[in-house]
Design a protein around this ligand. Structure first.
Ligand SMILES: Nc1ncnc2c1ncn2[C@@H]1O[C@H](COP(=O)(O)OP(=O)(O)OP(=O)(O)O)[C@@H](O)[C@H]1O
Ligand SMILES: [Mg+2]
Length: 236
């Protein structure tokens, strides 16, 4: 299925990630070939344990492959040391996890401004950008609230704001709607769709059919291998 188009942001060849040794060895990813274009919204589906999170962690440079080749945003991730991966993540990747991943004792605004602090953006500028992002996800009236006092759905939307505030090249979302009720899930899906329409590449794992239906491409993982690609046109 490898597409050799020139505008790829992710290129993986024979990508593998093994855990453990001997009888405890697990091939979480087992020879994945993948090519994803800039600006695409791609959903990875598949049963629990099929390797979705493992693949997203490799693409987001949270983890290192055991074998194969992996280039993301022009960078060879296989050759990067831990510091290089951290630098890569700061430059290119926004992460969104199930629960929003906010820090409870910080205000909503400080949570969203935090990734910019790591990048050395000044106090006033980062707070202004964080406030702008929070207004964009409908939380302009919650800036000074304690993050712990937001509802679950509000925390998820704040998580989207935090993932986007650094203007990443790539947004990596591991089951972003898994903990949400339908209306809140729909709101998060709309925010991700809008991010993709703005040119961001959005990669996500999900068991949520509504979220997969919003993607440009749905790829299925099974026991660490990619199955036949589905396009939205082929999806019933
Ligand atoms: N740190 C680890 N050590 C050992 N095995 C691991 C580790 N992380 C993942 N695995 C194994 O790798 C396989 C793939 O796990 P992964 O978390 O990628 O699955 P998943 O598709 O995201 O599943 P889910 O839908 O439940 O989130 C599983 O068999 C899992 O047990
Ligand atoms: Mg997972």
């Amino acid at each position: 299925m490898t597409d050799l188009g020139g505008d790829a942001i992710v290129r993986a060849t024979a990508l593998a990630r093994h855990y453990g040794v001997g009888v405890a060895r697990v091939a979480a990813l087992d020879g994945v070939d993948l090519c994803i274009d800039h600006g695409a919204m791609v959903a990875f589906m598949g049963p629990s344990g099929s390797g979705k999170s493992t693949l997203l962690h490799l693409i987001g440079a949270l983890d290192r492959p055991s074998g194969g080749a992996l280039r993301v945003a022009g960078e060879d991730l296989v050759g990067l040391c831990a510091r290089g991966r951290a630098r890569f993540r700061q430059a290119h990747v926004g992460f969104l996890f199930q629960d929003g991943g906010l820090i409870a004792r910080l205000s909503v605004l400080d949570n969203v401004a935090l990734p910019l602090a790591y990048r050395g953006v000044g106090y006033r500028a980062r707070r202004a950008r964080a406030a702008e992002m929070l207004r964009a996800v409908g939380l302009g009236d919650r800036l000074d609230h304690d993050a712990a006092h937001l509802s679950g759905g509000e925390q998820s939307r704040a998580g989207v704001a935090r993932a986007l505030v650094g203007r990443p090249t790539l947004l990596v979302c591991d089951e972003p709607t898994a903990a949400l009720d339908r209306p809140t899930a729909r709101a998060v899906i709309a925010l991700l769709r809008r991010a993709a329409a703005d040119g961001l590449t959005v990669l996500l794992s999900t068991h949520d059919r509504d979220l997969a239906d919003a993607a440009d491409r749905v790829l299925t993982l099974d026991r660490g291998r990619l199955g036949a690609p589905q396009t939205q046109a082929q999806t019933p």
